[in-house]
Structures are given as C-alpha cells and as structure tokens.
Write a protein that binds this ligand. Structure first.
Ligand SMILES: Nc1nc2c([nH]c(=O)n2[C@H]2C[C@H](O)[C@@H](COP(=O)(O)OP(=O)(O)OP(=O)(O)O)O2)c(=O)[nH]1
Length: 134
C-alpha cells in the first residue's frame, strides 16, 4: 500500500519575552484537545510561505509578511494513516493580536514549560529544538 504524504506548514510565533504561542485543537477533531503550532495543510498551487500566511490569518487573525518567516526545522512522523511532513517556521514579527478563531484556546508558553502541554507525537522532537533556540 502506498503511504499518503501530508504536507502541513506550521509556525512558532515568538513574543518579545521569548515565549511561544501554542493553540489547542478543537475537541471532536483528530487529536482534539492537544496543543499544536498554528498552521495547516498546503493547498494545490501554494508555496509553503503562502500557506502559512493564509493559515495564520484564518486561525489567528494576524497579518504576517513573508520576510518575517524564518525556516527553523521540520517534523517527519508516521501516523497510522498518513506520513506527516511539517516544516516549522519561526516568526517574531506580525500585525494584530492573535485570537483563537479556530482553536479552543491559545497560550503563550515558556519553552521550558512546553513539555507540560500535551502535543501531537510529531511535535515532540521540535520542543527541545525550540528550547535550544530560545
Ligand atoms: N497545524 C498543525 N498541525 C499539526 C501539528 N502537529 C501535527 O501532528 N499536526 C497534524 C494534525 C493534522 O493531522 C494535520 C494538520 O491538519 P489541519 O489542522 O489543517 O487539519 P485538521 O486536522 O484540523 O482537519 P481539517 O478539518 O482541516 O481537514 O497535521 C502542529 O503542530 N500544527
């Protein structure tokens, strides 16, 4: 059977104090209640940066300019029904106040405290990388 590759683009927004924004997935969805980095699936014809700018606007209501998106790392994880490939960008500059438009909640978290928030398994290797960055 051929494995389905899912391309999702995500972003660690970082505030001036060095905290990271995480967002809680809605109950009822796959991995509901877990905390994730805002972002979403690439749509046909999109570049990853375009996906992210669109998703950050839809999910958080913020406006991000492409030069403010810095490639940071990626997740590669085998879920039972697809393989997730997820580039993670960092962004320290945006316009607007992030609001939970599609998530249950948002939280600004110190990198050392990210371990206290249950995240999808794909995200777990990214946590120590962010801790080292910040
Ligand atoms: N945005 C985001 N998605 C993640 C992370 N970690 C992780 O495993 N994922 C997975 C969850 C989903 O399977 C997929 C993201 O899809 P999505 O958020 O656009 O879509 P969804 O599951 O809400 O479903 P849909 O209703 O949009 O189809 O990637 C993460 O940190 N951020």
């Amino acid at each position: 059977m051929q494995v389905k590759l899912l391309l999702v683009v995500a972003c660690a927004l970082i505030d001036p104090d060095g905290r990271v924004l995480i967002a809680q997935r809605p109950e009822g969805k796959a991995m509901g209640g877990l905390w994730e980095f805002p972002g979403g699936k690439m749509e046909p014809g999109e570049r990853p940066e375009e996906t992210l700018i669109r998703e950050l606007s839809e999910e958080l209501g913020i406006d991000v300019k492409e030069p403010c998106l810095a490639p940071f790392s990626f997740a590669s994880h085998a879920y039972p029904d697809f393989h997730l490939l997820m580039p993670l960008y960092v962004c320290r500059r945006w316009e607007g106040l992030p609001q939970a438009k599609e998530h249950m909640a948002l939280k600004w978290v110190w990198p050392k405290d990210l371990k206290d928030y249950p995240m999808p398994p794909a995200d777990l290797p990214l946590v120590p990388m962010l801790r080292d960055l910040l």
